[in-house]
Ligand binder design. Structure first.
Ligand code: GRF
Length: 200
C-alpha cells in the first residue's frame, strides 16, 4: 500500500514509520522548515509544504491536499504531528485509511497541547492513542492505546520523552496492521485480526 505521512513537527514518528519499512511515497507538511522535512529528504521521499493562506479556507486547503495525495497514487495516510483538522475532501477519499497519533489516552485531552492538558489536570496516568481519523477532533475509532504513568516531578518535556518511544512503537504497528488489512472496524470498535482477503 502506498502511504503518505502528514507532518508539521520534528518528524520522529515519520522516522519510525520509515524505519519500519512502510512504503511511504509522499510527505506533506503544513509548516516550512520543520525537522520532518529533513527526515523526508534524507530518506529520499518526495515532500511538499502546503501552507495555510488567509485567502484559502480550510476546505480549499483540503481539496488541494486531496488532489496532491491522489496524484501521487496514495492509498493510505498517517497524520503524525500534523496540527490541522482533516476535512471532508481528504477524509472521504480515504475512508478508514487515515491514522493519527495523539499523546494522551483519548477521549481525555483531545486537541492541541495534550501533554500540558494532562499535567494541568493532575492525572496519574496518561498515554498514547492511535486512532482512525473522522471529521471530529481526535474522535475517530481507537486502534491502539498504551498507558504511561505520570511522575510527580514530570514536566511537559520529561513526560513527552517517555510518551514518544511508545508512539514510535504503536504507530508503525497500527499502520502495518491497516496495510495488511488486519484492522476490522465495526462502529467505534477496531479489532486486530487476520488479513481481510478483499484487501488483496
Ligand atoms: C507527537 O507527539 C504526536 O503525538 C503529536 O505531535 C507529535 C509529533 O512528533 N500529534 P513528531 O513530529 O512525530 O516528532
Amino acid at each position: 500500500m502506498k502511504w503518505a505521512v502528514l507532518v508539521g513537527g520534528r518528524g520522529s514518528n515519520l522516522q519510525a514509520l520509515l524505519a519500519s519499512g512502510l512504503d511511504v511515497r509522499l510527505v506533506v507538511s503544513h509548516r516550512a522548515g520543520v525537522g520532518a522535512l529533513d527526515i523526508a529528504a534524507a530518506a529520499g521521499v518526495p515532500a511538499r509544504v502546503l501552507l495555510a493562506r488567509a485567502s484559502r479556507g480550510p476546505l480549499a486547503y483540503d481539496q488541494e491536499l486531496a488532489a496532491l495525495l491522489a496524484d501521487a497514487g496514495i492509498q493510505a495516510v498517517v497524520a503524525a504531528g500534523y496540527l490541522r483538522i482533516l476535512r471532508a475532501p481528504v477524509i472521504d477519499q480515504y475512508p478508514g485509511r487515515i491514522l493519527n497519533v495523539h499523546p494522551s489516552l483519548l477521549p481525555a485531552f483531545p486537541g492541541l497541547h495534550a501533554i500540558e492538558q494532562a499535567l494541568a489536570h493532575g492525572v496519574k496516568v496518561t498515554g498514547v492513542t492511535v486512532h482512525l481519523v473522522d471529521a471530529g477532533l481526535d474522535s475517530g475509532p481507537i486502534v491502539a492505546q498504551e498507558a504511561v504513568p505520570v511522575a510527580p516531578e514530570d514536566t511537559a518535556d520529561t513526560l513527552a520523552a517517555r510518551l514518544q518511544p511508545v508512539e514510535h512503537r504503536l504507530l508503525p504497528a497500527a499502520a502495518w496492521a491497516l496495510d495488511q488489512g488486519r484492522l476490522h472496524v465495526a462502529g467505534r470498535h477496531v479489532a486486530w485480526g487476520e488479513p481481510d482477503p478483499r484487501d488483496h
